[in-house]
Structures are given as C-alpha cells and as structure tokens.
Design a binder for this molecule. Structure first.
Ligand SMILES: Cc1cc2nc3c(=O)[nH]c(=O)nc-3n(C[C@H](O)[C@H](O)[C@H](O)COP(=O)(O)OP(=O)(O)OC[C@H]3O[C@@H](n4cnc5c(N)ncnc54)[C@H](O)[C@@H]3O)c2cc1C
Length: 287
C-alpha cells in the first residue's frame, strides 16, 4: 500500500511526488505521455533556463529528476479510481494499486467529442460517466463513443446494466492494450446525434441510422473530470474545487495543477504540487 498515488507525471504530479517522498512517505506516480507540456515548443517564462527549453524536454527532465530521487514512476494509463476498505484502488490497463491518498494531477480536461448534437443532448441521453449514469439506461440500447482502453472500460461497466452496448469508434481503428472484449463495435464515422427531446439515434456518414437510448462519451483517456465525477468531487466550470491545502471535498483525494483551473502555467502547477505534497505529509504524519 502506498501513502499516496499521484496520477499525472507533468509538473504538478512530479512536484507533488518530490515533496511527499522527501517527507519520507512512499508514493507512486502513474502517468502516460499525453501532457500539455509536450505541445509547448519553447518555454521562456519558467525560472532557471537562460535558453528556451522545449516542453518535451522539461517533461522528460522532471521524470528523470523524480526517478533519481528514488520515486517510482510508471508509464501507464489510469482507467478508474475506487474507494474500498479504507484505501483507494487505482486501476490501470493491466494493474491495480492501493493507496491511502490520491492526487489528481491529470492536467486540463478535454471533454468533447465535437459531434453535431452532442451539446444539445447533454443530460438528455448523453453522459460522460458510466458509473454515475449507467443505471438510467438499464436494459436499453447504449452507445459508447471512443476507440481506446478507456472506452472499453466504460463499455464493460455498462454491460452490468444492459446487454446492448455498442462502441462507436467514429472512423478510428479500435486501439486496445487491455484484454476487455466487447462484441458490438461500429467503426463508421458519425455524422450527427439525433432525437426529438432526447437522444434517439446516431446517424453515420454512410447514412445508417442506429437507434440508441443513451450515449457515453469516452474519448481518449479518462480525465480529471471523469475521475472527479466518479468519486463525487465538486467541479465548477470543468475545474476541480480544492481548499487551501489542495484537498477536494472527498477525504484523502487531492488535486493540483491545470486541473484545478486558474493560471494554466508550469509555475502554478509546480507550486500547487509542492503545497499538495506537504499537505499530504502533514495529514499522514498527524502534524
Ligand atoms: C501549446 C502550449 C504551450 C504552453 N506554453 C507554456 C509556457 O510557455 N509556459 C508555461 O508556464 N506554461 C505553458 N503551457 C502550460 C503548461 O504546459 C501547463 O500549465 C502545465 O503542463 C500543467 O501541468 P500539469 O502537471 O497540471 O498538467 P500536464 O502537464 O498536462 O500533465 C498531466 C499529466 O497527467 C497524465 N494523465 C492524464 N490523464 C491520465 C490518465 N487517465 N492516466 C494516466 N495519466 C494521465 C498525463 O499523461 C500527464 O502526465 C503551455 C501549454 C500549451 C498547451
């Protein structure tokens, strides 16, 4: 059991881990390589670099710094976080880990499939969280839009409420590394989502109309907002709400960096990581 599992290995996650591990606590950082930093070609406003540094290089340097300090950093995609038996359980594509506390340092949430009709039917058949809303679609026709492990994971959860679950990859190939098997997969590109008052069908570009009662958007990887919704964390304007100690409203769950909103800059992510790490150390050591 880890004292803390930090999800995200960008500036916020690595900074949190450094402060936790230097407080003599055991932490694990889990992250994949999709980060805002990587798209920053030239960083000129962060302390300590007389020549511009690329985001990609800074990202790598952060991970190397953590590893050099003995911090365990795993390159995995997190699919789910659950609470059970006094600990948090973090599920990745192939593994399960346990910790006393969790830090969400997953960066800014993307949350849109950009499909015509999506905005219109949010809350009227369109959802972003299988575990939260799956029950409303018991024995109904359910669509999951996405083409990776996260979509498969959501589809598997939805299979608990209905046998009619179909993954729509929207023109992309199904990319999976997990062993989750889903029978119904439609790979055609989606033209639009249609309905009168609620979602009724998905129209494909090849003019096929597939009847559906509910649609779950699960594109890419699970985001901070997906995790937050599942854990019952308060979100406002797509940002996780934290107090001055970086604690969310759910005991033992913290957040830092872009996912808490405000200034979307490295300096703020590093600062919040430091604050978060120290706050966890104080809590676990009863200081
Ligand atoms: C084009 C561009 C240019 C920028 N230029 C600058 C600049 O010049 N100066 C500046 O200060 N800031 C700049 N920024 C902003 C800066 O990159 C971010 O503020 C900073 O990276 C936020 O750090 P973070 O740790 O909160 O999130 P991120 O750096 O986004 O890291 C998030 C981490 O979470 C991981 N993650 C997310 N979901 C999962 C999951 N389900 N499973 C596993 N891992 C997951 C990701 O893999 C990643 O490791 C720029 C951003 C962009 C997009």
């Amino acid at each position: 059991m880890y004292d803390s599992i930090i999800i995200g290995k960008g500036p916020a996650g690595i900074s949190t881990a450094i402060y936790i591990s230097r407080s003599n606590l055991k932490c694990l950082v889990i992250g994949n390589d999709i980060t805002a930093l990587k798209s920053a070609k030239k960083i000129e406003n962060y302390y300590g670099f007389e020549e511009p540094i690329s985001g990609e290089e800074l990202f790598k340097k952060g991970i190397e710094q953590a590893k050099k300090q003995g911090i365990e950093v795993k390159n995995e995609e997190v699919l789910d976080i659950e609470y059970g038996n006094d600990s948090y359980i973090v599920k990745t594509v192939n593994n399960t880990y346990k910790a006393k506390t969790i830090v969400l340092a997953t960066g800014k949430s993307r949350k849109n499939a950009n499909i015509i009709g999506e905005e219109e039917f949010i809350g009227k058949g369109i959802s972003y969280c299988a575990i939260c809303d799956g029950f409303f679609f018991k024995n109904k026709n359910i669509a999951v839009i996405g083409n990776g492990d996260y979509a498969l994971h959501e589809a598997r959860i939805l299979h608990n409420v209905s046998d009619n679950v179909t993954i729509f990859t929207n023109g992309k190939p199904l990319k999976k590394t997990s062993n989750i098997e889903i029978k119904n997969v439609i790979e055609g590109r989606i033209d639009r989502i249609r309905g009168e008052k609620r979602v009724e069908n998905i129209l494909l570009e090849d003019k096929r109309s597939i009847p559906v009662d509910g649609i779950f958007i699960a594109q890419g990887t699970a985001s901070s907002i997906d995790f937050a919704k599942k854990l019952g964390i308060i979100i406002k304007n797509n940002n996780i709400i934290v107090n001055e100690n970086m604690e969310t409203n759910v005991p033992g769950v913290y957040a830092a960096g872009d996912c808490t909103g405000g200034l979307l800059q490295i300096s703020k992510a590093v600062y919040e990581g430091a604050k978060c790490g120290l706050s966890i150390a104080k809590k676990l050591k009863n200081i």
